[in-house]
Design a protein around this ligand. Sequence first.
Ligand code: TXD
Length: 323
Amino acid sequence: MSKYNMRKKITLIGAGQIGGTLAHLIALKKLGDVVLFDVAGGVAKGKALDIAQSSPVEGFNISLIGTDNYEDTKNSDVIIITAGVPRKPGMTRDDLLGINLKIIKEVAEGIKKTSPNAFVICITNPLDVIVMALQKYSGLPKNKIVGMAGILDSSRFIYFLSQELEISTDKIKSFVLGGHGDTMVAMLDSTEVDGKKISQLVDEGKISKAKLDEIVERTKNGGAEIVKYLEKGSAYYAPAASGVEMAESYLKDLKKQLPCAAYLNGEYGVNDLYVGVPIIIGSKGVERVVELKLSKKEKQNFDHSIKAVQELFNSAKKIDPSL
Ligand code: TXD
């Protein structure tokens, strides 16, 4: 709880591109007081102060502080983690995994001491494996630790479809499951446009199968497409918006069904692994994993995705056998 008691306290670990955007969105939506934490302390302080200085213009009345001290994050209601380093030229995926595992271990130790009751949303890549490591390192309850990826991937897919079909995004229902990476699974059988199944639109010639496949591919490469344009850094507006949707569903007990990386204990035939599935987020955290009936093709793709996540987690265990 924040010092104002009535207001919620939201800590953002990592004050980089996504961290800063999260802080701004949270302030604009007046979700709670914000603590921006970063080991590079100045960036957290600078961004917090910059956003706070927009409060007279924007009309929000929340507190924003920047810090490099975990004490300031004490008793947070929600923690969103983006701490990490991006891949640099010449660095392998495993090199990156090793570095981000170390960072996540440090973060896990910091938050378990100061905010053991928080709802924790992890965004750092490689997402599914990092969120699993975060849970193991921190020992926080599995229903209070989730990963953000599926909302972003789904949002990208819906946006691309809406552009192609020239229809508003709110008329499209769809989601993407599985691991966050090139094995993600767009759920075509559950995709509806203005109440019609997407397969029906293909039959009616409104969209070709080839175009649909192209959109699925573009979604899988959605992150890389932006990295290519930006040259430095990766996407942050849509990732931050997706993280905020999860935080809001928890803080306001909205019980929204959202695709997120959640801990599976038998659901979808998967044991002891974090993967992207639809979950209900409410005031108790992950209140339920929603089990959908998958078509044969979807199941095949989902299993392939699980295998990729499991393999990457095995690499993580080789780097740190304590996992
Ligand atoms: O869908 C998804 N999950 C994602 C994930 C979509 C987009 C980007 N995704 C990943 O989020 C990306 O691959 C990164 O791993 C994270 C954060 O992305 P961002 O663009 O915000 O990265 P930055 O700008 O490099 O910020 C990272 C910050 C930076 O300021 C570092 O100083 C800080 O993390 N950092 C730390 N903070 C706290 N504690 C420690 N130990 C630490 N180490 C680095």
